[in-house]
Design a protein around this ligand. Structure first.
Ligand code: F6P
Length: 317
């Protein structure tokens, strides 16, 4: 099953789960439409050819959804009944921490073995250096900002570019470093508008330079439009534009990194289930596959790389 926001590489993970299951003489079933699909019995057996030619495709062939019903005891009971009726012994959930929280309750209430594969562009899961989809999303954002830089420079403009990341600034920070942005604003760090303005006064001259400020969607002081407006009020001489990259970051063909990661984690998920494990997420730390208890990944928050945060400012003097 894929659950929550889709991410490039989810198909590669589905393929790896199905093929590894078949390799181990197990049957594989796809649940269509996340937990809601499970509750409604949207379940079909998958053979090796059902997952052919999908490793390079974005989105998810199993579709994805966020289910309100699964958050209730009754909804989870219906889900467990569907699994029993289809004689499904174990479940692999590809998604983010909301999906793993749901899985944790399903295990507690119905003793169904579930393991998780981290799939979200936001990279905000504790216990893995990278989530499936993050690398591709950053590549997409970098490509877009590179293009914005061309036009920004042609007009000596200051751009505020909003990237995805509801609660986390991983995409924003990495994109900022990779594009040589002047500044980055993330939810994890309180925005100091005065400091930003002083910095821009020093670094951005609307007569002969351009600038890029990357703003994560979840930035706490109001987001790209609000900040741009405040800066514009103080500096009517600045030529400011805002660009929101949006869902373009969620689609597209996964990078080789995400395809390989998804293949490794999908296969490791099946191995873990065959090894009688449950209630864990598969992750990658320092290039090694790791098992992280759901409790741990749900409870802890992954921090931004503390070395990258000051680097944006240092490299834009
Ligand atoms: O969790 C991934 C993500 O893309 C976030 O970065 C973003 O805030 C959210 O999903 C958008 O969700 P939706 O597509 O449901 O609007």
């Amino acid at each position: 099953m894929t659950s929550g926001g889709d991410a490039p590489g989810m198909n590669a993970a589905i393929r790896a789960v199905v093929r590894t299951a078949l390799y181990n003489n197990c049957e594989a079933f796809g649940i269509y439409g996340g937990y809601q699909g499970l509750i409604e019995g949207e379940i079909r057996q998958l053979g090796r050819y059902d997952v052919s030619n999908i490793i390079q495709r974005g989105g998810t062939i199993l579709k994805s959804a966020r289910s309100v019903e699964f958050k209730t005891v009754e909804g989870r009971a219906r889900a467990a009944q569907q699994l029993a009726e289809h004689q499904i012994d174990a479940l692999v959930v590809i998604g983010g921490d909301g999906s793993f929280t749901g899985a944790k309750y399903l295990i507690q209430e119905h003793d169904i073995p579930v393991v998780g594969v981290p799939g979200t562009i936001d990279n905000d899961l504790y216990g893995t250096d990278s989530t499936i989809g993050y690398d591709t999303a950053v590549n997409t954002a970098v490509e877009a900002v590179d293009k914005i830089k061309d036009t920004a420079s042609a007009h000596n403009r200051l751009f505020f570019v909003e990237v995805m990341g509801r609660d986390a600034g991983f995409i924003a920070l990495r994109t900022a470093i990779a594009t040589g942005a002047e500044a980055v604003l993330v939810p994890e760090i309180e925005t100091d508008l005065t400091d930003l303005e002083h910095f821009l006064e020093r670094e951005y001259n609307p007569k002969n330079s351009s600038g890029i400020v990357i703003v994560a969607e979840g930035e706490k002081s109001g987001g790209a439009y609000t900040i741009a407006e405040k800066v514009a009020q103080k500096h009517p001489d600045y030529d400011i534009r805002v660009s929101v990259l949006g869902h373009i970051q969620r689609g597209g063909s996964p990078s080789q990194f995400d395809r390989v990661l998804a293949s490794q984690l999908g296969a490791a998920a099946v191995d873990a289930l065959m090894d009688d494990q449950k209630s864990i997420m598969l992750g990658i730390m320092n290039k090694e596959i790791v098992h992280v208890p759901f409790n741990k990944t749900i409870k802890h928050t992954k921090n931004l790389n503390p070395e990258l945060v000051p680097l944006v400012r240092i490299l834009s003097v």
